[in-house]
Write a protein that binds this ligand. Structure first.
Ligand SMILES: [Zn+2]
Length: 81
């Protein structure tokens, strides 16, 4: 789980201050819902992956009402040991 930060600047890492921050898309299992294509930023210097506050709020919305936002997909799930 990535840390959540409200970034004031999207081009500078709030952890290490490097400017090697790039937008990425992540898939996260969030509060029981698999959310794909989440916009995030990743710092190449320290490896921090951050969501902005709006994104987190959107993920909260999805997790609160998955029947509204999510498709129910049946898939084989195996558990070993
Ligand atoms: Zn960094």
């Amino acid at each position: 789980m990535s840390k959540v930060k409200n970034l004031t600047s999207k081009t500078k890492c709030s952890q290490c201050g490097a400017f090697e921050v790039v937008p990425i898309r992540r898939t996260e299992f969030y509060k029981g819902v698999l959310i794909e294509n989440i916009p995030a930023t990743r710092c190449y210097n320290c490896g921090e992956e951050l969501y902005d506050l709006e994104t987190v709020q959107l993920m909260e919305q999805v997790a609160a009402a998955p029947q509204k936002y999510a498709q129910m997909v049946e898939m084989p799930v195996a558990r070993v040991a």
